[in-house]
Design a protein. Structure first.
Length: 119
């Protein structure tokens, strides 16, 4: 059984910052097979899009729309992945989802956390 618990969403003004967290609870066996850690987002009426990813050796990738503003990181000891979001814009408003993929291609998803950027 794998559980991903997200937190850190909320309402913020344009230019503000938020840090999302995704804590994974799972057996040691499954944790040791986790390979990719990703944040997706889905705005109303739009498809879910990949925002940022980090793999088990720390390589990162970002969507062009968030490069230079968002940073993904991972705390191995806490089995937690973070998304630091700075200089937020109204177009960043969406439900943000944590995704973890094992080396066997199995995907696990969090429940989603709402981020609203508005003045």
């Amino acid at each position: 059984q794998v559980q991903l618990v997200e937190s850190g969403g909320g309402l913020v003004q344009p230019g503000g910052s938020l840090r999302l967290s995704c804590a994974a609870s799972a057996s040691i066996f499954i944790i040791n097979t986790m390979d990719w850690y990703r944040w997706y987002r889905q705005a109303p009426g739009k498809q879910r899009e990949l925002v940022a990813s980090i793999n088990s050796i720390g390589s990162t990738n970002y969507a062009d729309s968030v490069k230079g503003r968002f940073t993904i990181s991972r705390d191995r000891a806490k089995n937690t992945v973070y998304l630091q979001m700075n200089n937020l814009k109204p177009e960043d408003t969406a439900v943000y989802y944590c995704n973890i993929q094992t080396r066997f291609g199995v995907d696990y998803w969090g429940q989603g956390t709402q981020v609203t950027v508005s003045s």
